[in-house]
Ligand binder design. Structure first.
Ligand code: GLN
Length: 279
């Protein structure tokens, strides 16, 4: 059964979808329409412009219509509709079992790629899709990379990404360090204040366990810093939410603490990475 976009040129299909998405209050209607149509057609987004007069036909129309509807009505994030998200040099497979990797988190990987000593053994706590661990192994193959998650469902996604990308990372299911020993610890733990108002894409579709961490958003950071301090690790890099850096640095301080800390910013200029080390 032909739908409203049937036989319509790519340029027009994009324009109608853009209007539908804009009307639904989606932030980036043009970009989302392009990504979803390119995905439905199985072509690169950059090719859409060259093909703007080519009619959209067949199953691609149905797939595009369904995706635009789910994006506008259900507010499903684009990455869950296409099933992939770019992170550093990798294309990761994602689905609602895992948080969608954010560009902000690339700052933590950048810090680790530049700063970790050669051959270090490093663990990514709460790996989700595996983004941090896999990007790190990809860019620093000299490192021994481990990753944990409390969610077995998330670990299945991370393990599938590791296999598909041919990256050697060791995964363990469990809370925080899950009993692993490492010289360095990286983490993008949940740090959103419980009850905070979030965009429908996040609130209705992403895993709450990957987002919320108590009334000030620091419940997991408190437990994680304590676990790292009690372990043999000498170096840590933790992602923080906007405005949380000072409070997370304070978790490392205190009478006679051997730990020193610093803060790094993401590409948007927001304080994003609290690093800590001890001699
Ligand atoms: N950066 C995510 C957001 O803005 C939060 C990720 C996290 O809690 N670690 O929703």
């Amino acid at each position: 059964m032909p739908g409203p976009f049937s036989g319509v040129p790519i340029g027009e299909a994009l324009a109608s979808a853009q209007i539908a998405l804009e009307g639904a209050g989606v932030d980036t209607p043009r970009l989302d329409a392009e990504i979803l149509l390119a995905h439905a057609l199985g072509i690169d987004r950059t090719r859409l412009m060259l093909e703007r007069d080519t009619p959209v036909e067949g199953p691609a129309i149905r797939a595009f219509q369904i995706a635009v509807r789910r994006r506008s009505v259900e507010r499903v994030p684009v990455a869950y509709l296409t099933g992939t998200k770019g992170f550093r040099r990798l294309e990761l497979e994602v689905d609602p079992r895992v948080l969608i990797p954010r560009p902000d988190t690339e700052a933590l990987v950048e810090w680790a790629v530049r700063g970790l000593p050669p051959g270090a053994r490093v663990v990514d706590v709460g790996t989700g899709s595996g983004a941090i661990a896999l990007a790190l192994k990809d860019e620093r193959p000299d490192l021994e990379v481990l990753a944990t998650d409390v969610s077995g469902a998330a670990l299945a996604v991370a393990e599938a990404n590791a296999r598909r990308l041919g990256l050697e990372v060791t995964f363990a299911e469990g809370d925080l360090l899950a009993g692993l020993d490492a010289g360095a610890v990286l983490s993008n733990p949940p740090y959103v204040e419980t009850g905070a108002a979030l965009a429908p894409e996040i609130a209705q579709h992403e895993p709450p366990r990957a987002l919320f961490a108590g009334s000030d958003g620091l419940d997991v950071h408190r437990r994680l810093v304590a676990a790292i301090r009690a372990s043999g690790a000498r170096l840590a890099g933790l992602e923080v939410g906007a405005g949380q850096a000072a409070a997370v640095r304070a978790l490392w301080a205190g009478e006679g603490s051997p730990w020193e800390t610093d803060v790094g910013r993401d590409l948007a200029g927001t304080e994003r990475v609290v690093s800590a080390w001890r001699p």
